[in-house]
Design a protein around this ligand. Structure first.
Ligand SMILES: C[S@@+](CC[C@H](N)C(=O)[O-])C[C@H]1O[C@@H](n2cnc3c(N)ncnc32)[C@H](O)[C@@H]1O
Length: 543
């Protein structure tokens, strides 16, 4: 039985042609790491462009909802300027309230239509349109590209995400069935619930193990993890027009825009398919656009996050090692050490394996790379400029004082190629357009950023300096809103003790739940330094 049974007796009272708006069902407004100017800067730099430094740039977001993506960017980059535009008055008002609370002077959220944006907005170094292009009518899509074509600065980068074929051909069939069924119900909640129920009903009652049943089951599984507001706007909205990648690029070219790459650059690496497929792709395709299109056919791709630049620029997709010199590097990988060993053998040419945050294993026998990994591990999650990393790694390995220009260039090549290889094929290395500093030591009266305090309280999460959303545990959720620099550790322990006595957080010692107030207080006093140190490592603390 489906969770929500399909109710065939429900009357068909949906208003004909009704087009539910984002005022009715607001989109949850989140940060998207892949849209951050730091990422756009990184991809553009790797492909040989000279994008505007992120610490002093202008950013426009089209269809910004309540500013959930722009607010943490503006908070992090006070010398850059941000403008967000959205048609939903309710979402913009919601975002403006946060801008007011945070006292942000470098972010303007405007209730306006994309079609009304004109030259008075000025020029932008980065333009973002995430989750908008496929969901607006043709004339708005044209306008999005016109804005990018006319309002990007000479070295500007635009990010546009969209639904694409061939993958969406399959999904379109599902969407049609959901929309057919949903039109019989009159509230967004019912439409969403009933769409899920229909899909469950179909998945469980079609000929098992046939391709149709496999497809339906996969979709049920995917949608199970997606929020109602997402399902509603992705599948039940009036407009959802996917297109092939080559069609998107043709359309962009008509606005004097050129293909730069993908925000998730790893998807562009043909080698990830293995040597045979890579060879065939090279034979089939005469340019990067064709390579990308054939890769979409191979992957049955459904979604793209494409970066565009001025048609006057010519990206170099064969990444040169020197491009890393303009970037900052970090690694969250740790070395796999033999039982009983605590120190790393950097100097020998023995292979050393590393395990990445997603449990991928990569090894190297190069002392310079091992030294670089050691340096990055020590400061993680902070970043280090590539050139500093090269110098410090050479100092560890030895021979720094006598290094000549040729050897220095060899070090750059070796390190850059090693890091790039890891960046493009795994999560071993991350590259950044802005530095991420080391967290400050935990102070007597700790301070979390104002935005972290708001989101911890309201959503139970926070956005770190990498623009990643992190879910918080119940204790951190209670603790962070208190970290405004006015409370000492004693006050924090008292406050958390009250939360524990009110059953808002659970306190245990050695796995046993505590009930005695004095014991609870002692246990919280013991764990507070660890909790604060962890918040420091996560980048929540700013003082
Ligand atoms: C699917 S949501 C995406 C929101 C956000 N960018 C995200 O990815 O979470 C699409 C957004 O585009 C906005 N929108 C649709 N048409 C628009 C238009 N003509 N002008 C401005 N915003 C528009 C909607 O109000 C909505 O907030």
């Amino acid at each position: 039985m489906p969770d929500a049974p399909v109710d065939y007796s429900a009357p068909n009272i949906a208003a004909p042609g009704s087009n539910p708006t984002y005022d009715e069902v607001p989109y949850e407004s989140h940060p998207f790491q892949q849209t951050h100017p730091s990422r756009l800067f990184t991809v553009a730099t790797l492909f040989g462009l000279r994008p505007t430094p992120v610490t002093r740039c202008r950013v426009l977001e089209l269809g910004c909802a309540a500013g959930g993506n722009l607010i943490p960017m503006a908070d992090l980059l006070p010398d850059s300027e941000f403008v967000g535009v959205d048609l939903s008055a309710r979402q913009i008002a919601h975002g403006q309230e946060y801008v007011r609370q945070l006292g942000l002077r470098n972010l303007v959220l405007k209730h306006a239509s994309i079609v009304d944006i004109d030259a008075a907005y000025g020029q932008f170094d980065y333009i973002i349109a995430h989750g908008v292009f496929s969901w607006v009518p043709e004339h708005v899509r044209e306008k999005i590209l016109r804005i990018c074509g006319t309002m990007l600065t000479a070295n500007g980068v635009a990010y546009i995400s969209y639904n694409t074929y061939p993958g969406w051909h399959m999904r379109e069939m599902i969407r049609d069935m959901m929309r057919y069924h949903a039109s019989r119900f009159n509230t967004p909640q019912l439409r969403t619930q009933q769409s899920r129920a229909l899909l469950d009903f179909l998945a469980n009652n079609t000929k098992q193990d046939g391709p149709y049943s496999v497809l339906l089951k996969q979709e049920v599984e995917t949608l199970r993890h997606q929020a109602d507001h997402y399902l509603y706007h992705e599948h039940l909205e009036e407009v959802n027009d996917p297109l092939y990648f080559h069609q998107f690029i043709d359309q962009a070219r008509r606005h004097n825009l050129a293909y730069l790459g993908e925000a998730r650059i790893g998807s562009m690496v043909t080698g990830n398919f293995g040597p045979d497929i890579e060879k065939t792709l090279k034979m089939l395709a005469t340019d990067q656009i064709q390579v990308e299109q054939y890769m979409d056919f191979l992957r049955n791709r459904m979604f793209r996050e494409t970066l565009l630049c001025s048609g006057r620029l010519v990206p170099n997709w064969s990444v040169q090692p020197e491009t890393l010199r303009g970037l900052h590097v970090s690694s969250g990988a740790r070395p796999l050490l033999p039982e009983g060993t605590t120190t790393l053998d950097i100097h020998s040419e023995n292979n050393q394996m590393y395990v990445t945050p997603s449990n991928f294993q990569i090894g190297t026998n190069r002392p310079l790379l091992k030294a670089a990994m050691h340096l990055m591990q020590k400061i993680h999650p902070a970043t280090i400029p590539f050139d500093t990393l090269r110098k410090q790694a050479r100092e560890i390995v030895g021979g720094y004082d006598t290094l000549n220009a040729r050897q220095q260039s060899e070090d750059t090549q070796l390190l850059a190629l090693g890091l790039l290889n890891c960046y493009l094929t795994s999560d071993m290395i991350d590259l950044h357009g802005i530095p991420i500093p080391q967290s400050p030591p935990v102070s007597d009266r700790p301070v979390a950023s104002h935005w972290a305090r708001i989101t911890a309280k309201e959503n139970g999460n926070f956005t770190n300096r990498r623009h990643e959303v992190m879910r918080l545990n119940p204790l951190d959720r209670q603790l962070i809103p208190l970290l405004d620099g006015t409370h000492d550790h004693g006050f924090l322990v008292d406050s958390l003790t009250k939360d524990a006595l009110a059953d808002i957080i659970k306190v245990q010692r050695d796995g046993n739940p505590l009930t005695d107030p004095a014991e609870i207080r002692r246990a919280l006093a013991d764990s507070l330094p660890h909790a604060l140190a962890n918040l420091g490592r996560l980048g929540v603390l700013i003082g």
